[in-house]
Design a protein around this ligand. Structure first.
Ligand code: MN3
Length: 201
C-alpha cells in the first residue's frame, strides 16, 4: 500500500490573505509531496509497507530516521490541511468548547498557550492540541515529530496542528512568526477539530 498525497480540500488561494497562495502551492505540491514520495521509498520492501501511518508513528523509535522525518511530514500535513478552512476562525462550540474550558480555564488561555508553543519552538517544528487521558493538552515538537510518536515528550492524539517551519510562512511573514501564528487563528476549522475531538476522546 503506497501512501498518497491528498488533494487540498480548497484552492491554493482560498486562505488568503492569512496564508498566501504561493506558500500553499509550494507547501502542498513540493514539501508535502516530497515527504510522501520519500516515505514510500523508505518503506518499500519493508514490513512497514503494510502498516497504516498511525501504526508506523506509534513505534517510530524502532524505525530509521528517514521514516521518522518523512512519515511525520506525511501525517502532519494531512492533518494541517484538514484543520484549516476559508470559512474558519472564530470560536469552537459545543463539547470541544467545554473541553477547552475544562482543560485550560478559558479559550483565551488555550490560545495563549498554543500561540506560545508555536512562537517559542526553536527552529523548525509544530504546535499541537492533543487529547491525552481524556483531557486536552498543548505541546510542541521539533522537526516533523508529533504526539502520536512513542518518542514524543507529550504523547496524545493530535486534533489540531500548526506548522511553524519557515516554509509555512516566510514568503508572506518573513521573520515575523508571531504574526503568522495570529493569522492561523483566522483559518482554524473548528468544525473539523471538534470532529477529531469526538473521535479521540
Ligand atoms: Mn510544512
Amino acid at each position: 500500500m503506497a501512501f498518497k498525497l491528498p488533494d487540498l480540500p480548497y484552492a491554493y488561494e482560498a486562505l488568503e490573505p492569512h496564508i498566501d497562495a504561493r506558500t500553499m502551492e509550494i507547501h502542498h505540491s513540493k514539501h508535502h509531496n516530497a515527504y510522501t514520495t520519500n516515505l514510500n521509498n523508505a518503506v518499500a520492501g519493508t514490513p512497514l509497507e503494510s502498516k497504516s501511518i498511525e501504526e508506523i508513528l506509534k513505534s517510530i523509535s524502532t524505525a530509521a530516521p528517514v521514516v521518522r522525518n518523512n512519515g511525520g511530514g506525511f501525517y502532519n500535513h494531512n492533518l494541517f490541511w484538514e484543520v484549516m478552512s476559508p470559512n474558519g476562525g472564530g470560536l469552537p462550540t459545543g463539547e470541544l468548547a467545554e473541553a477547552i474550558n475544562a482543560s485550560f480555564g478559558s479559550f483565551e488561555e488555550f490560545k495563549t498557550q498554543f500561540s506560545n508553543a508555536g512562537a517559542t519552538r526553536f527552529g523548525s517544528g509544530w504546535a499541537w492540541l492533543s487529547v491525552k487521558d481524556g483531557k486536552l493538552v498543548v505541546s510542541s515538537t521539533p522537526n516533523q515529530d508529533n504526539p502520536l510518536m512513542d518518542i514524543a515528550e507529550v504523547k496524545g492524539t493530535p486534533i489540531l496542528g500548526m506548522d511553524v517551519w519557515e516554509h509555512a510562512y516566510y514568503l508572506k511573514y518573513q521573520n515575523r512568526r508571531p504574526d503568522y501564528v495570529a493569522a492561523f487563528f483566522n483559518v482554524i476549522n473548528w468544525t473539523k477539530v471538534a470532529e477529531l475531538y469526538a473521535k479521540a476522546k
